[in-house]
Structures are given as C-alpha cells and as structure tokens.
Ligand binder design. Structure first.
Ligand code: 7TS
Length: 425
C-alpha cells in the first residue's frame, strides 16, 4: 500500500494546501455517521459540501439585509440589490465573461439548458435541422433536446464514445457536415470523468456554422473555465456543485444571442411595458429572471466563488488530478474491480463495478463504514446500458478530499469483497 502512496501522494503539501485547516472550514466534514465514524464524503459530483463562508453569507443576508431586489426604493432593498448584482459580477469574472449582463441566474444547469432549448431553439429550429450531442451526456443535456426535437421536427445526432472513454472526434467532424444548428456537449463526463477538448470542438462547430452549448456542471467547479478562451456560445453550470447553495446556477450566453432569444418564463421584473394583450421585455439579463429570484442563493454562490479564488482553480485542478491518479492506482488493487473511463484528460469522477456485487450493495456496504459514494445510473442511462451495465458505483472528489479518503474507500471495498465472497462461498 505504501508503494503507491509514496508514488503519488504528496500533492496537497506540494501545492501548499493545509488539508486540516481547509477541512476545518466545512462543518459537514466534522459530523459523524453510523455511530461515531468520520464522514468520508466522496459524492461531490452529485453535490459538494459548503464552507462556513458560504453558510455565513446566506445567513448574514437573511439576518441583515433581506429584501426583494430591483423593485423597492428603501435602503435594505438597495443593499440586497447591490449584493445580488455584485454576485453576478463575481460570476462573470470567474468564467471570464466579457460582460456582466451575459450572466443569467437560473436554478442550475438543468434550468439553464431548458432556457436555451425554449428561448433559442423554439424560434430557430426547423424540421431537418440537426442538434449534435455526445453519448456521454447527462439526462439534463439530453431530455431538453429530445423535447425540443419533438416540438420542432429537428433531429438528434450523437458523437460516439470510444472504448477509452474519449469522444470519436472523426465521427464528430463527419456529423458537422450535416445541417447542424447546435452542438451541445459536456465539458466533463460525470460518469467517465473524461474532459472533452471543448475549445477545438467549438472552433470546428463554428466553421460548420453551428452554435455550441457547453454543459459545465462538472467543469466550472473543478478547473479554470474561461468562456472567452473557449469561444462557446452558451455555458451552463450549477452553484451547488461548487460549494454554493442549491437552487442557484448560471447560464452564460453571448450578448447578441441573449438579446435575440425569447423569454422562457414570463412574470414580474422581466418586463419593460405591459398592456392587456402584449408586453415588451426588460434588458438582459433581467428578461430571463422572471419573478423574485433566489437572492440568498446568488449571494451564497458569489461567496463560494470568492472562497475558491483564494486557492485558485489551477491549484484545485492539480490537487484533484493527482488524487484521481492515486485513487485509480489504489482502486485497481481491489480484486474484480473495473474502472470505466481511461481518457488521458480526466477529472475526479471515478466510476467502477465490483465483479458479482450489485453497485447498490457496494454503496450500502461502504456507507456502513462512513463512506458516501454514489451508485445507480448516474443520469446517463443510455451510456451505462451501452457499457453493458444497469448501474455502477462512483467516487468523486473535491478540494477537501485527500489520500486518507481514498485509503478509507479502498479498505472498505476490500472488506466488501471479502464479505460477499464469503457470503457466496
Ligand atoms: N450535467 C452534468 C454533466 C451533471 O453531472 C449534472 C448533475 C447535471 C448536468 C445537472 O445538474 P443540476 O444541478 O441541474 O441537477 N450530475 C449529478 C450527478 O452526477 N449525480 O447527481 C447529479
């Protein structure tokens, strides 16, 4: 065991991360589960834990300046509006957006993608138009396009996933010779961990006259993502996967697209002038933020972004890349364990099967030892089926995870193996 540990372990130290001090900022990491065991939280692709700075930002907002934004003339409403808009500025800076107005607050990745499908797709797509997706899309980046195709008569095309978990880019180029209006791809797969070469894919799509939506749910939280550098047309991501509160996320889109798109939800605060039978819309981004928004959520997400920035996204990525490498080496020591996804560029979501043991049993058994992992179809049902499974187990990492968490998982998986082998025998 020490051999692989010494090969790849000293990451946090090298990067100057003080893991004990860092973990101390996360109250959830100090609770215990199943009668006093340390919680080893390895379900970060589903949602991350929150540091005190984020919890406090949300609580302080409710304690000190709760009021509805953009409408009242009183002092606390002005303060609330200033905090809400400051969060928008933080988010724009975080993803390199050229203008703050290009940041629309939504409930999360899912709502952001649905907003594009309705606000852009309904008006633009005609029968015979094509939308290119990949075979590794989360249901959030599949179902909205299935619904849009049914509404408009557009066709869905899929970039195949190769055996190593990368996309078949030759096939992608061939697909682009069709009548493609939109490419919608994940930046990082939540199942295989693959990081897709999005910048190159965007350039190729643009040469073919198609727009590109990037599903950044698993990328924006984990490594530097810059929309100006990627040159993408849309980027969707969720706050809760990057230390922020639930119920808040972002759609970034180019100004000209947002200005030409139809609103997705109608209601208060998204209008300019209203008559009985018609209305005109507010300026972007407000045109897309009907009703009272999630003020506390946006302010909490702004705090999350500021918290992440003190480490730097590059440091976070290097820490996770080294930890993932370590995890893969250690997991492969477990008899009968198969890892899915061997892309050279990969992030910290590691899916696996344990020969002869159902993934739900694996997750429940390791949970008894204090370790939280995910098991199921991971919202990528067609791909899991294509891999010959109904479900898999998955460990996924974040900044506060380290080698001790991986070691705990590996020890628990050895025990699981022994228990089930014994039960079978
Ligand atoms: N896209 C990807 C790539 C995701 O991983 C997820 C959530 C979503 C979109 C949807 O994000 P939401 O915040 O709108 O729900 N992924 C997972 C997961 O892997 N386990 O639970 C949720």
């Amino acid at each position: 065991m020490t051999t692989s540990a010494t090969m790849t372990a000293p990451v946090a130290d090298e990067l100057g991360l003080d893991m004990a001090a860092l973990r101390a900022e996360f109250p959830m990491l100090h609770r215990t589960v199943h009668e006093g065991q340390r919680l080893v939280y390895l379900d970060n692709a589903a949602t991350t834990q929150k540091p005190a700075a984020v919890i406090d930002a949300v609580a302080d907002y409710y304690r000190t300046c709760n009021a509805n934004v953009h409408r009242a003339l009183h002092q606390v409403a002005a303060e609330a509006t200033a905090l809400y808009e400051a969060a928008r500025t933080d988010l724009a800076g975080f993803i390199g957006a050229p203008e703050t107005e290009c940041i629309v607050f939504t409930r999360g990745t899912t709502e952001s993608i649905n907003l594009v499908a309705h606000g852009w797709g309904d008006a633009i797509l005609k029968p015979g138009d094509e939308i290119v997706l990949s075979e590794m899309e989360h249901h959030s980046n599949l179902i909205p396009w299935q619904l849009l195709a049914a509404r408009t008569g557009a066709q869905l095309q899929f970039i195949p996933v190769l055996d190593d978990g990368t996309l078949d880019l030759e096939a992608y180029r061939k697909l682009l010779s069709g009548n493609v209006k939109l490419v919608a791809i994940t930046h990082m797969s939540n199942l295989l961990g693959t990081i897709n070469p999005v910048r190159e894919m965007v350039a190729e799509a643009h040469r073919a006259g198609a727009l590109v939506l990037v599903d950044g749910a698993q990328s924006v939280p984990h490594f530097p993502v810059n929309v100006t550098d990627l040159d993408c047309d849309f980027l969707a991501f969720s706050g809760h996967k990057m230390l922020g509160p639930t119920g808040i996320g972002v759609l970034y889109a180019r100004r000209n697209l947002l200005e030409s798109m139809q609103p997705f939800l109608g209601g208060g605060e998204m209008i300019l002038k209203v008559d009985w039978r018609s209305a005109t819309w507010a300026e972007i981004p407000h045109k897309f933020e009907a009703g009272t928004p999630n003020m506390a959520g946006a302010i909490g997400l702004g705090a999350a972004v500021r918290w992440l920035r003190q480490f730097g996204m590059d440091t976070l990525h290097r820490h996770e890349a080294a930890l993932t490498q370590y995890a893969i080496e250690r997991l492969e020591e477990v008899p009968g364990l198969e890892i899915f996804g061997h892309a050279p560029e990969r992030g910290g979501a590691v899916s696996f099967s344990l020969d002869g043991i159902h993934p739900h049993d694996v997750a429940q058994f390791v949970d008894q030892q204090g370790i939280a992992i995910r098991a199921g179809h991971m919202c990528v049902q067609p791909l899991i089926r294509q891999l010959g499974h109904a479900a898999l187990s998955r460990a996924s990492f974040y900044l506060y995870n380290a080698e001790d968490d991986v070691d705990a998982l590996v020890a628990a998986l050895h025990k699981t193996r022994e228990f089930f082998d014994h039960a079978d025998g």
